[in-house]
Ligand binder design. Structure first.
Ligand SMILES: [Zn+2]
Length: 180
């Protein structure tokens, strides 16, 4: 078997390009809404919740402190596994989208951290993870500042993912051959 002498003309590299652009327009609006705190709780909270709860179970053998920390840690490191998966396949647009997910998850955690002092969030049951954790570390009075710092970190990761995803789309767009 031999390769053809001439490769076929370059067609749109991905039929998904339009879908990607539409997705990113929504993601941009969503990131803006998150950045400007247009909602008081993470909109994707219910997506993060089962992963968070699984984290508690997984980290329980490591002791009580890690049990409480495990929920928040796992909801952030779980999507990171997808980064590794997509990076191995060099699917950079997917990596960028997972960064958006990780950033949003960090923002989700930030609301919980920031609530440790006031404890106004409605919990599904059990103790307030971050009230326990910050209480243990004697940092409860800094809950709001720590929450804001975590929020900022989450936003930075979201923005990095978003900009990278747009850059991928523009790079891909250059390969569309417009036929006369
Ligand atoms: Zn929890």
């Amino acid at each position: 078997m031999s390769l053809p002498d001439e490769l076929p003309p370059i067609a749109p590299r991905s039929p998904w390009l339009l879908f990607k652009v539409l997705f990113l327009l929504v993601a941009t609006w969503f990131t803006w809404g998150t950045m400007t705190r247009q909602w008081t709780m993470s909109v994707l909270h219910n997506l993060h919740l089962p992963i968070h709860e699984a984290g508690h179970l997984l980290f329980t053998p490591l002791g009580e402190f890690m049990h409480f920390l495990g929920g928040s840690v796992f909801q952030v490191i779980f999507p990171a596994a997808f980064v590794v998966h997509f990076a191995r396949r060099k699917e950079w647009f997917s990596v960028a989208c997972v960064l958006l997910w990780i950033g949003e998850s960090i923002v989700d955690v930030s609301y919980y951290v920031g609530d440790a002092y006031k404890q106004e969030l409605e919990l599904i049951g059990g103790e307030h993870d971050w009230a326990v954790l910050l209480g243990e570390l004697d940092l409860t009075h800094h809950a709001e500042a720590l929450g804001n710092f975590t929020f900022g970190c989450g936003i930075l990761v979201m923005l990095a993912g978003l900009l990278w995803a747009w850059q991928q789309v523009f790079a891909e767009g250059k390969w569309i051959e417009i036929k006369p």
